[in-house]
Design a protein around this ligand. Sequence first.
Ligand code: UTP
Length: 297
Amino acid sequence: MTHKIRKAVFPAAGLGTRFLPATKSMPKEMLTLVDKPLIQYGVEEAVASGIESILIITGRDKASIENHFDISFELEQVLKERGKTEAFKQVRALSEIAQIVYTRQKQALGLGHAIYQAKEFAGDEAFAVMLPDDIMDSETPALKQLIDVYEKYDAPVLATMQIEGETISRFGVIDAEEVEPNVYKIKDVIEKPKYEDAPSDMAVIGRYIFTPELFDALEKTEPGAGGEIQVADGLRTLLKKGRPYYAVKLEGTRHDAGDKLGFLIATVEYALKNENLGAEFRDYLKSLNLSADSAKK
Ligand code: UTP
């Protein structure tokens, strides 16, 4: 019997080396897309997908994440006194968005190791894992798309998207058979294959539904590439045992906001869509007259 997916885990203990120096003393997950930190987009997606309880795995310098989702009496008081009702409501709503707990990953030993810290939190329930720097912009919340497949097939689900060309080598890549449009049964997952060796053009992206069986597999996983405990290795152990795993090709756009260029693109997209800023920002971009500029070069 499938459990309802009520719990989501956000690994946020990475070092964010691709975004230095910004991430030297600030968590990558608090980088701001227009006016919200990355992790808030993820938490909102989780809540819109029916999640009730959230575990954020933090590392050093992560106090700002905890403060962001906590009550700020002083700020609320000032906003009330100044009659800033809208801002007050926003700030208050954030502290009530979901039940959020925190645990620490003492060393950044990889995503698999980070997820392992959720063992107690998950208990005997299937749970979601969401990578906060993968920003998903979709009609149906991305996690909800995975939950729908989980409920239908009663098995863990990974999110995938098609990646053209050599960029595929930066991802975990699935070898899989399509069982219905956009849903795949996974045979294998290869972590960061060479372009020539990639089993498909379907990359694994940062949304997953796992069962607690993954914890046992991770316990037995030796550190792989870069001394890190890789989720893909844990997954392969389970696939080899014949456990069914599915993947869903997500509808929507994914932004890799943990990467400088990906972050800039996401910023432009979200600024253009912003109710208050969009029109003026579009005018500004038009005023740059970029095509004329590049023609000159
Ligand atoms: P990334 O590989 O994108 O994050 O991991 P990173 O290691 O922080 O970044 P770079 O590559 O050095 O720039 C995806 C997610 O997994 C978390 C990260 O915080 C991020 O949200 N993570 C990664 C952990 O929680 N612990 C780890 O040991 C590694």
